[in-house]
Write a protein that binds this ligand. Sequence first.
Ligand code: C2E
Ligand code: MG
Ligand code: MG
Length: 882
Amino acid sequence: LIWTEQRNNSIYDEAGEIVASVGIVRDITERKQVEEKLQKSEANLVEAQRIARLGSWEHEAREDRTYWSDQTYRIFGFTPQQFVPTFEDFLNAIHVDDRVLVQEDMAKLLRSEQLRDGIEFRIVRADGEIRFVQSQRSVALDETGGLIRMFGTVQDVTKRKRSEEALRESEERYRAVVQQAVEGMLLFDLSTKRILEANDAYQVLLGYDAEEMLGMTLYDVVAHDRKSIDLHVQRVVDEGNHMLGERYHRRKDGSLVEVEVAASLISYGGRSAMSVVVHDITERKRAEETLRESEARHRAMLEASPDLVFRVSRDGEYLDFQANDESILSVPVEEIIGKNLRDTMPPDLIPSILRRITKALDTGEMQVFEYQLLVAGGIRDFEARLVAAGSGEVMAIVRDATERKALERRLEHRAFHDSLTGLPNRALFLDRLEHALARAGRHRESVAVLFVDLDNFKVVHDSLGHEAGDALLVAVAGRLREILRPEDTLARLSGDEFTVLLEDIEGTSDVTTVAERIAAALREPFILEGREAFATASMGIAFGGSSQESPGVLLRNADLAMYRAKETGKAHHEVFHPEMNERALKRLSLEGELRRALKRDELRVHYQPQVLLSTELQEHLRASGQMAIIAQKAPESPRIVGMEALVRWEHPERGLLSPGEFVPFAEENGLIVPIGRWVLEQACRQAKEWQEQHYSGPHFTMSVNVSTAQFRSPELVEDVARVLQETGLEAGMLTLEITESVLLEEAQANANTLEQLKALGVRLAIDDFGTGYSSLSYLKRLPVDYLKIDRSFVTNLGRDSQDRVLVSGVIYLAHGLGLKVIAEGVEKAEQLAQLQQMGCDLAQGYYFSRPLASEAATLLTSNSEPSFSGVCIDPLSRIDQS
Ligand code: C2E
Ligand code: MG
Ligand code: MG
């Protein structure tokens, strides 16, 4: 059996996950043994002193009479009744080896030398036992120096002598142990604090040699003030063996070394001394420091959600289990330990989990995966991480991800559905169309796309208003849904455009019948705002039947056919013919025109302010009853902290075109790259100019949109760096807006591009958030600064409680990831008030200002420092964009 001292620490990786646990075991057997021995010898000494008693004796020389006290008889092993002692008896009792010693001592006495110290010698008692005695003695002499009387005391010191011998022995052993010990050991005198012994390890630790050490005191080696040293020493004296804890000792070169000391009181050569074991803890301290840091990081990452942490063996045996929240367990903790994964998880999950355990063990790579489980509280989502933890064990860290997954599912649903009618949107429609085409190709069947566009929607919208317009769309969607088969896909593309995907078509008439049924269904009047309204639709039909066909082309063909129906009197349907491609040809000319537009300087950049939503503003909103705050010139009115650059095309015949009318073409044919570069230059130059004229505040940023094609082009990073250099704009004042859907494809390549942009110092924003499929856990890994919530969410804030939940969830999550949130398309005070309440950081929208031409934007910026109040921008009398 050996004595050990043991410490365990967890080791964390970069991400703050536990990867291993390290135990340090030290063999302290030697130290323990020394301590025990010393305790024993100390006890012996005390015992010896307790029983020590003095005997006295006298010798009258002239009368030759000797007197012994009772104690003296006892020491010599006689009883007083046995005999009357003579001086000879005394001398005879002395051990032969010590007689000379005693006789010489007497001779000295007779020469009247003053002998202060007692003499120690051995006697042989009456029973033959040898004892050590100590004697104090004195003489009385006459004038001539003749002996009158000799007298003194005698004391049995056998026990003390024996214990001293034992002590000497143990001290020798102690010294041997001390010298061999790996730990530093130190022995000092309790009263003088002088160092009596210091082993090699201790000398090496402090950098002294043996001789130097012995001339030193405790105060020289301990780097604390005298008072505190004395206090600690006293504590050991008072409390016995004592772990003194962590202290600093000083090296010869003056540097400090952090040590852990354990001290115990011992008797050493008859003196009170203290033995100290000194353990260098520099390494441990360093490890603990790193541990603390990573622990803090770890805690910060985990704080938001309760976890399960457990270890399992290769075949799924639970080795331990820890739950922060038992409500997310399907089985109580007590029942888990000692069981197997198979006993506590549904069978269908087991193979894949075991596979990941094996992979974690064999490759050492962390395995991250998600799963669902039915627990007491219902179905919950979990995110699990598995790491190899040594000796064939895997550590699992499981986080409840139910809320995040729910948010993701809602966002996903929202990304593929129209929020007004709940129908699939363009993205989902195209996806289904693609699958349908592939199926049709395999089974030699046909599919058809029916494009439905209401003829008089604009009239309804403009005469009855926005709400009535929405109500009409919802009602139309309802009627279309009713007459279609459940397997037909009905989608709303945008505005008043609906599409129907029909599969398994046998002839044209199958589809024209559906078109006629739709026309009939719309014939019944709609009741809007208490009034009857009528709707008709123009419809276009296109057929497809192979996976070679692009869903986009098929949809466009149906659109062209619908267009033909509009041109030929509305309220009927047309089937697509290739001649209808004229419209597509028109696009080609548009491309040529756009190419020239760059050269002819027909492009413009408009700027839309981004304002800071502060708590003061919120207060103000409340106080002013959510009135149009901008018109009130209030001191707390919103601060412009940025502008978004939005491109426009001043077409010589068609007037000012919005990006929606040409950016998609420019994206298709790659023209967006030169256009985007031009916009970037303009915007950076403008931002620099505002800064130089002190129009913009210190935190001002210019936001520039980067399209998908631009983002993928290899020149982007170079272009941005060059433009920043040429215009002299600080990188931190530029924000690049990248649309969400771009980021989800080719995740790794994108992350690289983003990292490179980030390395330039520019900020990054995710634009139109919520319109693509949004994996929120993926966001964590992107180096973005802002998240722009898409306008469609903001528009719905007032009326859709689902979207309210979504928006506040997204804001909460974004903040958790350290992102700032910008709300796009804020048009109403109610929307603004809600966004404020949800903690949204920035807002942008017509409520504050439309995008403005450079001069108007300059005016706004120059007057808006530090706030908006200088310029009266009434949202109701919107400033003309041009
Ligand atoms: P975006 O980046 O999401 O820009 C916001 C759009 O919302 C702008 O439309 C803006 O005028 C509009 N908007 C802002 N506030 C409101 C509001 O309160 N209500 C409404 N209804 N709309 C509001 P715009 O200028 O037509 O730009 C449309 C899109 O075109 C932009 O969306 C952006 O994706 C793209 N785009 C604009 N300029 C550029 C450019 O220079 N380069 C590239 N690649 N794309 C651009
Ligand atoms: Mg944008
Ligand atoms: Mg946007």
